[in-house]
Design a protein around this ligand. Structure first.
Ligand code: ADP
Ligand code: MG
Length: 729
């Protein structure tokens, strides 16, 4: 079945494997060795400077120049001892990837020699000429300067020969041009608000921070086959391709044995990750063929975000070393599962408590219920923002498709918690909190010790599920920077918690019993946020209807989600919490609209070129062979036999003709639609035109190409097919 030309190509490539040298030590012995972490700082810094850095990390105080000079000198000494020759500020511009500009440590001195130099001011701040990073109108060319500034809360690390210093990236006028700046601000707002609420319950909390444990899904393809598909190379996904006769229908890939070649690749990037202090822990096959997942132990949100960006880079490098290409696109192949990046999210205190963790049973813990209900209230209020925080051209293809959450945001909390919240809703007496809830279900399997099912049964269809002691936000796309959803979640919760505190204080004026006051406010919130809770099947048609009745938004594609960012309510939210200004939000909306338009535009051009240059010529060539054959038959057969025999072949010929002319017509139409769209000045209207016209026409063209793929001689078909791309040997 398989096209042997492509397999031979893959095999030739696969023989040229790079040998990766595994360290001859245990992971615990090299974990974090390439990071300027706390223990390295302890060793290299004076007590005074160490104390200042720790206070910056834990309390957000500023580091003075003197300490910065000391840190810079230590970083230099440490990184040179590890072979570093260059340094760079490493940041997350709004392109969605990371950026770096390397400078050498070497500086010429007067005597014609050189010395290695790295001073505090080079550590703290740089001024990259960054006029070609997206800024959404914030930065005019005459003020093209941007500043990067050191983020001491995320440890510097060495990649190759370069010391990388995590930084924020802001404009000359101080506006954020990156993801890290608002993420740090959102974390600060959340810390302030959550701490205050914790203190209402008991005094002993100095810091509250969000934790994030991401689960990164991805596909691997043989690099040789990847290179043979211009659509994969240029857009990250296949723009056409008929379904493989076998793909995921047998569910034989999920949690299956990981192929050896893939395991070697995993070992390499995991080892590199461990050296950089990224605590990767879990690896397994995913549902679709060639789809895999990697997950670390959770960390403080800012570090987890940096680590996720970093691991995607490490995976790309390792993949190439093993003649693979890693695909982070949310939907590289139509009609099979796409890739997401579940964001497991919780709140931790400096005292080591998880604020989303129930006590022995959920009802025992008023504080737990408080935080849970505040999340429900916040998500209910800002479901449109949460939806906007995960929209992208790639994720549009995934949401609502094969085992992916729909575009409707709802929260699943499980039967037991639902029962508890329903009881609170029905009763004005806080004693319902003391009702014994049905204990976990007993599973009796002979010879197996008694197992208690999790208090929260799992609902894999929910986009946002409470899973015992954390929320799992599953609608995030696999290529996304996690900061985007994390900024929104932390901000809405910060705002909600300060509101909660005010309402409890007001209730206390009426009834001075603290638990009563909390109970009354929670009860009100449970009622107000009821619409966001959904325990049923999120993939069902009934839910779409029900969600509409509840007034929940169901916006399927990116452009429609983005106007939320400049909605008055959202601007007020971000300004009040001091996370983003109106100008910054407007810029972000513009950047994302433009990015959407460009992505669809590129896909449309690639599709048009491939249809015209690859597909149509081959279809015509094959059609000519058939025509020659029919002519030949006419020469050698009597008329009656010819009539019978030629019928089938003539059918194929007309069929091919039909698809060719539909493809040609589609491409012409798509080009015309692009011309019209390109003249639209308003960025939103332009994105809508690309979404609703150009993209749709592209899908129509695809259908005809996929039909042709089944008709044309496999020997002639110029591109690897799904059945080749999806199976690693
Ligand atoms: P799955 O969802 O695939 O069943 P797990 O339950 O093992 O996976 O957990 C998934 C992720 O949840 C892991 O990355 C883990 O680090 C993360 N996680 C666990 N506890 C927390 C927490 N308190 N905060 C954030 N993430 C967490
Ligand atoms: Mg999960």
């Amino acid at each position: 079945m398989e096209n042997l030309r492509f397999r031979a190509l893959a095999d030739t490539f696969n023989r040229r494997r790079v040998d990766y040298k595994m360290p001859d030590k245990k992971p615990s012995e090299y974990f974090g060795e390439m990071t300027f972490n706390h223990s390295v700082m302890r060793e290299y810094l004076t007590d005074e400077s160490y104390r200042k850095v720790m206070s910056a990390i834990e309390k957000g105080t500023r580091i003075d120049r003197e300490a910065a000079d000391q840190v810079a000198a230590s970083m230099k000494a440490w990184s040179i001892s590890k072979g570093a020759t260059h340094y760079t500020h490493w940041f997350h511009p709004l392109t969605g990837s990371t950026a770096e500009k390397h400078d050498s440590f070497v500086n010429p001195d007067k005597g014609g020699k050189a010395i290695e130099n790295f001073r505090g001011n080079e550590l703290i701040q740089q001024e990259p000429d960054a006029s070609s990073f997206p800024h959404g109108g914030i930065r005019n060319t005459f003020e093209a300067r941007g500043y990067t500034a050191w983020d001491p809360t995320s440890p510097a690390f060495i990649l190759g020969n370069t010391l990388c210093i995590p930084t924020i990236f802001v404009s000359y006028t101080g506006e954020a041009l990156d993801y890290k700046t608002p993420l740090l601000k959102a974390s600060y707002a959340l810390d302030q608000a959550a701490k205050e609420v914790c203190r209402m319950f008991n005094g002993e909390v100095n810091r509250v921070y969000a934790t994030l444990g991401w689960e990164q899904e991805y596909f691997l393809v043989d690099r040789s086959l990847f290179i043979a598909r211009p659509d994969l190379v240029l857009t990250g996904r296949t723009l056409f391709g008929h379904a493989s006769a076998k793909d995921q229908q047998l569910s034989d890939h999920y949690f299956g044995t990981i192929p050896d070649r893939v395991k070697e690749f995993m070992k390499e990037f995991e080892t590199e990750a461990h050296k950089l202090g990224i605590p990767v822990k879990t690896r397994h096959n995913e549902v679709a063929p060639n789809q895999f997942e990697c997950a670390p132990v959770y960390e403080e949100v800012n570090i987890a975000v940096d680590h996720n960006q970093l691991i995607m880079y490490l995976m790309e490098i390792a993949a190439r070393n093993h003649n693979f290409e890693v695909l982070f696109h949310e939907k590289p192949f139509a009609n099979i599962n796409g890739s997401g990046k579940h964001n497991n999210w919780s709140l931790a205190t400096d005292k080591g408590h998880n604020l989303f963790a129930p006590g022995k049973t959920p009802k025992e813990n008023l504080r737990f219920v408080t935080f849970l209900v505040n999340v429900l209230k916040a998500v209910s209020e800002y479901e449109d923002l949460i939806r906007a925080s995960i929209s992208s051209a790639g994720n549009d293809h995934r949401l609502g498709g094969h085992e992916a959450p729909p575009a409707i945001i709802s929260v699943f909390i499980g039967t037991q918690l639902t029962q508890l919240l329903d009881n609170i809703e029905r009763s004005s007496d806080k004693s319902v909190l003391n009702d014994e809830l049905k204990a976990g279900l007993n599973i009796s399997v002979p010879n197996i010790p008694e197992i208690l099912l999790d208090n929260t049964d799992r609902n894999r269809t929910s986009p946002f599920a409470f899973t015992g002691n954390k929320f799992e936000f599953r609608a995030v796309g696999s290529s996304a920077n996690c900061a985007k959803p994390m900024i929104s979640l932390n901000t809405i919760l910060a705002k909600q918690l300060s509101l909660f505190k005010k309402e409890v204080e007001a209730a206390l004026l009426v009834d001075s019993d603290f638990e009563n006051a909390v109970y009354q406010v929670i009860k009100k919130y449970i009622i107000a946020s009821k619409r966001i809770r959904f325990e049923g099947n999120n993939y069902s048609e009934e839910w779409v209807v029900e969600a509409e009745k509840r007034g929940l938004s169901n916006i399927k594609t990116t452009p429609g989600t983005l106007n939320t960012l400049t909605d008055k309510r959202i601007v007020a939210l971000f300004e009040e919490t001091k996370v983003l200004t109106e100008r910054e939000l407007a810029a972000r909306r513009l950047i994302r609209l433009e990015k959407y338009t460009k992505k669809v535009q590129i896909e449309s051009r690639v599709l048009g070129d491939m249809a015209t240059n690859h597909i149509i010529p081959i279809a015509i060539r094959y059609q000519n062979t058939l025509i020659e054959n029919v002519k030949g038959l006419k020469e050698i057969l009597d008329l009656q036999t010819y009539g019978k025999v030629s019928k089938n072949e003539l059918d194929i010929i007309t069929n091919i003709s039909h698809h060719i002319s539909e493809i040609k017509r589609g491409v012409d139409k798509m080009i015309e639609q692009r011309k019209v769209a390109n003249r639209i000045e308003d960025e939103y209207e332009q994105a809508v035109a690309y979404d609703q016209q150009v993209r749709i026409t592209g899908e129509q063209i695809r259908r005809h190409i996929d039909k042709l793929e089944l008709l044309v001689d496999d020997e002639l078909w110029p591109l690897p097919k799904y059945r080749e791309l999806l199976f690693i040997r």
